[in-house]
Design a protein around this ligand. Sequence first.
Ligand code: AMP
Ligand code: ZN
Length: 507
Amino acid sequence: MDSSNTPAETPLSPYAADLHIGNSLSREKERFTPYNPPYVGMYVCGPTVYSNVHLGNVRTFLTFDIVYRYLLHLGFKVRYVRNITDVGHLTGDTDDGEDKIGKKARLENIEPMEVVQRYTNDFHDVMRVFHILPPSIEPTATGHIVEQISMIEKIIENGYAYASNGSVYFDVRKYAEQHNYGALSGRRIDELQNQTRALDGQDEKRDPLDFALWKKADASHLMHWPSPWSEGFPGWHLECSVMSTKYLGKTFDIHGGGMDLKFPHHECEIAQNMGAHGPEEPVRYWIHGNMLTVNGRKMSKSEGNGFTPEELITGNHKLLEKGYSPMTVRFFMLQGHYAGTLDFSNPALQAAEKGLERLMAAWGLLGDLTPVEGAEGHPDVDALRDRAYAAMNDDFNTPMLIAVLYDAVKVINSAASGHMPITEEGITALRALFDQFAHDILGLVPETQDGAGGEDRSDQLMEVLCAVRAEAKANKDWATADLIRDRLGALGVQIKDSKDGTTWTFD
Ligand code: AMP
Ligand code: ZN
């Protein structure tokens, strides 16, 4: 699949009409009918870039990678927006506490934007390693302060928010008089009322249920902007309302995120959108990915059970018996349906490692099969393909798809062992099945081709080095030419000069 995100100029697949999505808002599996086909707008809440991404975060972004890949495969023209939260997410996850990024900057005595850059880079590296495609647009909260202020003005104008002591709060009770606040998360206002704790800014609020759209910055707060109400910063929920509307419109197709964001984050997003733009539901399909757990507990930084992808690959963590490759982890995660919890364990990872090997080995065998002209009983790959689409159309059921691929593995293995003759068309159809479903949709690639480009990238780098060396030799700069050859030799890269140019081999 082309990772440039240019939607392929393919017509919509006939299978697209059967796609069903588990909509968290209706709690039903619904047939997917985009607002304006073949275009699809999808927004996914991205990371708060104040620390290294852990494997739980990876699960959520992988879930939406599969949704994105499958929609593209079906021929939809997808605009996929995934934001970077670089301001406004407070340590209390509601309206109290310190800004997570500001806190890190203060502790490390660096600029908040240095924190943001460092962890955005880390996030991108991790996405690449796990072969997760980049979105079409990756907007930041700090890049949209002006739009956030405008949206607050709109909500105030519509009577759903009020300024108080330089901050602005969303008036939840007022909103709930006309709208169903709590519809997404299934919470009721009176229950919420009982659960509210005494938090920061409660004395400024008309009601403890209200949430901040804008907060006045105190003297210690590092990130702040001028606004009609105070020098301050936006509330966490606001950025996603603003950026989804800006890039996808007031009504768009899919909004995703981890299950833990349903409340308050997504409930507040709906309220803000409807408070600003009117009665139409902003999102047609809400998709929530379930949590990665360790011994039944959500993996998270604060629990101390969240290991980074780097620790996972090297095996350098007390929870890990050994290191696991990114593709093994990808495969492990895809063996569970995104809506269910998935428990991390060493035996499960080791089983996934073996399972992936079996799949990859059979896929590789396809090139070695000898076709038998007019063979009877050539495998019914059409039936396998139909089952593969049925699996993905059933709310992106990747475990079911993997079961279909294993059935294809059985066919390949019996053809390879001579138990079942196979025709040329059979081989071609099986190859297409793997290329489309294992590669394009599940994003599985041989280990050597990692997300960073693997061998291709190494070869490109070698071309650059050889060009520099040829230039040095042309200038009779033998010392530089030898230095390049020797240093590469020490890394296990042998280069050979001939009259046709330079070639290389890796140890
Ligand atoms: P954060 O950077 O904390 O805002 O999280 C980024 C994304 O990762 C959100 O969509 C979270 O819901 C998701 N997430 C956090 N922890 C986990 C977990 N243990 N399993 C799956 N997703 C998670
Ligand atoms: Zn969000």
